[in-house]
Unconditional design. Sequence first.
Length: 262
Amino acid sequence: MNTTNKSEITTGIGTISVDIKKTGSGKTPVAFLHGIYFDHHLWDRHSAEINDRTVVSVDMPLHGASRKITKSEWSVNDCATMLIEILDALQIPRVIAIGHSWGSMTILRAAHLHPERFESIGLCNMSFKAATKKQRAGFRLQHAMLGLRNFYMDQSAKTLFGNGSLKEDPSLTDQLKRPMSILSNRQIRQIDKAVMIDPEDSTSLIETLKVEAVALRGEEDFVPTPPRIETIIVKGGHVSPLEQPAEVSNFISRLIDGRSFS
């Protein structure tokens, strides 16, 4: 019988909220980490489809119920340490980790530092290039529009989702606005700085990774295909778990079962 509960875990960044769906199975647990502006509900459909092993769904710092953040200046590297602290607190020695965007960036760094803690990793829509000067200037311009919150969220949706996805399902914008609306303007600036502006190029981490990894990205995604990792291309933009849920479900199932992607 499966039971779901919420746990508040103390980490170096602050108190992180984690939803845990427990089973009596001895199979390797699965951990889901979401991307920027979303929360653990991004993975609800995919978590519900896994019934033969424990599933851990994390609310990333300042997102969802993870509001008690005590470290004023944190980075993606700190998030990688946070993930290991969560696994330690839950007494999970080894995990299959699946991330979207920021979640993937976090998993990549954690797996690089602690490969023994990961059976395999699934990296959806992962950014790995450092921000260019043009991109940094673009964020400054975007942040100047934060006073017009609804307009800002609409523009964010247009950036994150593929054009075809929004035409087929306009409600995708609402699925972004719900979790994003709890963030203050200051928090959005802080999150963008930590996750999108400051991270160094992580190509070398990909090239030296010692953990089995598979990637997935949308054909309209603004992030490139990572090197040396088999990558599945699906329709849509940067939020594949919502734009192509069936494709992502298949991706997750094959990753968990260890089936070939070729």
